[in-house]
Design a protein. Structure first.
Length: 128
């Protein structure tokens, strides 16, 4: 069985759209910038890849980083690598780009919108 991958992020994408890394899009709104500020390792601040996960709830936490962020089911493109930040094997990957195959949730909202809370959610110390 092939893994299903999800990506949470910028709203308004449609099936067939490509998710590209910050180096290509120029976006400043990314969790890697907070990881750098909070003293995370250099690989946590990569801007040449996109991150995908096999867990919808993890992707929802990333989607909440954007105002009215969205949750997408995606297919990774090109070379896939394990995300070195992730302690759970197979949960998170990084790749050069991804293809949107479905809009799973067009608007994802969380009560708290502080980046520190999202980072704690992603680390598993705060329930989603």
């Amino acid at each position: 069985m092939t893994a299903r991958y999800f990506h949470g992020g910028f709203p308004g994408m449609e099936p067939g759209d490509r998710i590209l890394p910050p180096d290509v899009t120029g976006t400043e709104r990314r969790l890697s910038s907070y990881a750098a500020v909070l003293g995370g390792p250099a690989y946590a601040a990569r801007t040449d890849v996109v991150y995908l996960t096999t867990d919808r709830q993890v992707a929802k936490a990333y989607a909440a980083f954007y105002p009215d962020g969205a949750l997408y089911e995606v297919l990774p493109e090109d070379t896939v690598e394990a995300d070195p930040d992730c302690r759970t094997p197979g949960l998170s990957i990084q790749c050069p780009a991804a293809l949107v195959v479905a809009v799973t949730d067009p608007v994802v909202l969380f009560r708290s919108r502080t980046p520190e809370r999202w980072l704690r959610m992603l680390a598993g110390t705060v329930p989603v």
